[in-house]
Ligand binder design. Sequence first.
Ligand code: ATP
Length: 300
Amino acid sequence: MSTSEPRLRIAMQKSGRLSEDTQKLLKLCGLKLNLSDRRLLAHVSNMPIDIMRVRSSDIPGLVMDGVCDLGIVGDNTLEEEELDRQLKGNKSDYIRTTSLDFGGCRFSIAMPEEFEYTGLACLDGLRFATTYPQLLNRFAKANGINVEFCLLKGSVEVAPRVGLADGICDLVSTGATLEANGLKEVAEVFRSKASLIQRADPLCEEKQAILDTLLPRVHGVMKAKESKYIMLHAPKDKIAEVSKLMPGTETPTILPLAERDNMVAVHVVATETFFWETMEQLKALGCHSILVMPIEKMMG
Ligand code: ATP
């Protein structure tokens, strides 16, 4: 292997909530990653790509500074770094290439159970423990309230109980951690998902070519997750009604069945959720042998 060949460098979270989904996505895109590899700059063996495994909070900066060409990071971490850099007058540009379908959470204000919440105005002048002060500050300003911060990098939920803050502003998905700590969610500040980001300055021709191969694969993997391949046997005279029941499908493939003149096999790719109710309606039309199968990859 030539050492001078440009390699696309992707930053991802080393360990944590986004690392498993990120690894899964990259693998489904065909990248051969050595998972047992302890090196923080891992070589992809079948494509000119290197994976840099770092703390989540370092990813936006690495991309904004052009150290990494791409990064997979939560929107909360990304926008916090962007706002922080803007405040300090540092380089903060990047391209959000694709919004991904994992890492969903909300960044919300939570108060002790006994707090009487009557609207955002009642939070004016209070002190909040948070890991993302810039996001909270932007929200407070936009809503005409003043809040104070206490920066905590973890275990934010404990702050009100120990008298560090009146409330917290933290990432929530189910709300179970809040509840376990005697807190209730009162206002959503920001909705976050993971994003694939790219450095703002143009990539060299070779790296752009690698990205041009990678991106359609990322989109293909996401599309495949939402889609199902459906096969069923349908009465020939019911094809129009059967087609109407298929959610978001392209034209179905109709195939003859051996020794069954009145029935045909219908194959379709459904791009929306396929419900049990739809299967029951299909059965009521006289369809049978209905199979719903996952799709691993899709293109074009
Ligand atoms: P690191 O430890 O890598 O510096 P981190 O402390 O943000 O970063 P995690 O707790 O693994 O690490 O969270 C990574 C990202 O996962 C979050 O920034 C957020 O975008 C996303 N996420 C999704 N659901 C949740 C949740 N319930 N709580 C926290 N983060 C969540």
